[in-house]
Design a protein around this ligand. Structure first.
Ligand SMILES: Cc1cc2nc3c(=O)[nH]c(=O)nc-3n(C[C@H](O)[C@H](O)[C@H](O)COP(=O)(O)O)c2cc1C
Length: 179
């Protein structure tokens, strides 16, 4: 039994982080919108989702899999324009049950938004949002895009996964030693 990464991604940046984490840890990575892989078969989970319109994109999938997620160690990495802080915490609290949030170790990563890549609906919504946003930095990001992709930001996640993998190895060694 092993750990696995389950992610969703609208424009590819969360998929990129999932791939980097997978390469650094040898964990398989599954796009929840493509594969019907069941998370219940794994010992621990690494979940990744972008924040889209103030919600984690995969919040419905996470609620559907509440039972298996809440029964095993779980890391959540969110990918957003906003950095870590109360705004991001509020968005996550608004779309996931409190028991699930308190069960997961959360890491906030920052993503990428290129206006030229966006579908027309998202483009229009972000222009409207940007024109109305009183925060000048967030407004500029919504209108002009941004690129905060940073491979080195996965380091604490990779370290925590190594710890979980180490726990498992240590557990199986103890099991062998007692035979
Ligand atoms: C339609 C849309 C809505 C977004 N809404 C938010 C938001 O509410 N808060 C935020 O911090 N970032 C927001 N972002 C920025 C995304 O979280 C960021 O671009 C992320 O890297 C997208 O991940 P993906 O490439 O895996 O889809 C939004 C981006 C798009 C395209």
């Amino acid at each position: 039994m092993e750990g696995a990464i389950f992610f969703s991604s609208r424009y590819g940046s969360t998929a990129q982080y999932a791939q980097w984490i997978g390469e650094a840890t040898d964990l398989p990575a599954f796009d929840v919108d493509e594969a019907r892989t069941d998370p219940s078969g794994y010992d621990f989970l690494v979940l990744g989702s972008p924040v889209i319109y103030h919600k984690l994109m995969f919040h419905k999938w996470a609620k559907k899999n509440f039972a298996s997620i809440s029964s095993k160690p779980t890391i959540l990495f969110s990918v957003s324009g906003a950095g870590a802080g109360p705004k991001l915490d509020d968005w996550i609290a608004g779309c996931l049950p409190a028991e699930l949030i308190s069960h997961m170790e959360h890491f906030a990563l920052r993503g990428r938004q290129n206006p030229a890549d966006l579908g027309w609906y998202d483009r229009v919504m972000l222009i409207i949002g940007g024109l109305k946003n009183p925060d000048p930095v967030a407004s500029r990001e919504e209108l002009k895009g941004f690129d905060y992709m940073d491979k080195s930001s996965i380091k604490p996640i990779v370290e925590m996964i190594a710890q979980l993998q180490g726990d498992k190895i240590a557990g199986s060694e103890m099991h062998l030693a007692s035979r």
